[in-house]
Design a protein around this ligand. Structure first.
Ligand code: TMP
Length: 237
């Protein structure tokens, strides 16, 4: 396999650094151990997170590609580094929920753990300053963030991702409570981007209900590193 060299740093975010490479079509993502919550107001480090999140994302992206959900993953490079297709990012986040938790619990006053009769799809405008406000299909179309056709494809791929991931995680003793996805445009198609990890999903142990995700960091529950490693152990086997 030919070496791919980083040529320059394009962007540094809260949890990753993105580099251009010698290949115009490919980017290199370096996943960091630093963690933030509440729109950057809470900061910390989760030891080993970058390596775990890159490896776990690789497992999920490979699973999803094989199940017909196109995504940006090309291959893992060094530990914590992933080569991906260069996409034009869609500027809103997509959340899928199976069980009430987090902001949905706060918004509707429903207890965390309440099962939803069918998956809920939500969209959020990416803005830390505004606290990532929720938007709907009408905002997306009125603001020109995506066409009707793109939006339908995003919804279809998000729901398919939910089905595939739930089917994979159930036998591994993990309940997929909710998760956040980001999409991009690549050669005229909508494909899945970003990462799929305990930073971006809520994973609850099926038997004990124990939280195996970033809520351990957000809520100061302890055992953060152990939870991330435990999920990787289960999904990699
Ligand atoms: P929420 O309940 O806080 O709205 O989060 C829903 C899901 O989205 C949860 O799995 C965590 C994930 N998420 C992110 O990946 N990034 C974010 O900035 C937020 C707020 C949530």
């Amino acid at each position: 396999m030919t070496e791919i060299w980083k040529v320059n740093r394009l962007y540094e975010g809260k949890a990753k650094v993105v580099f251009a490479t010698e290949d115009q079509d490919l980017l290199l993502i370096h996943y960091k151990d630093s963690a933030t919550a509440f729109d950057g107001k809470k900061k910390g480090v989760i030891e080993g997170k970058g390596v775990v999140n890159a490896e776990m994302s690789a497992v999920f992206f490979t699973l999803l590609r094989d199940a017909g959900v196109p995504n940006h993953f090309e291959r893992l490079l060094n530990p914590g580094e992933m080569l991906v297709k260069r996409v034009k990012i869609v500027t809103f986040e997509v959340v899928v929920r199976n069980v009430v938790a987090g902001s949905l619990s706060n918004r509707l006053g429903l207890p965390e753990g309440t099962r939803l009769d069918s998956p809920v799809l939500e969209f959020y405008h990416k803005s830390d300053e505004l606290g990532d406000p929720m938007i709907n299909e009408y905002h997306i179309r009125a603001l020109g963030l995506a066409t009707m056709v793109e939006l339908e494809e995003i919804a279809r791929l998000a729901m398919k991702t939910n089905e595939v991931m739930r089917g994979f995680l159930n036998p591994r003793g993990i309940d997929l409570v909710d998760f956040k996805l980001e999409f991009g445009r690549y050669r005229g198609d909508i494909i899945l981007g970003d990462e799929i990890s305990p930073d971006t999903c809520r994973f609850w142990d099926t038997n004990s209900g124990e939280r195996l995700d970033k809520d351990r960091f957000r809520r100061d529950l302890g055992g953060v590193e152990e939870a991330y490693r435990e999920v990787l152990r289960r999904v990699a086997s």
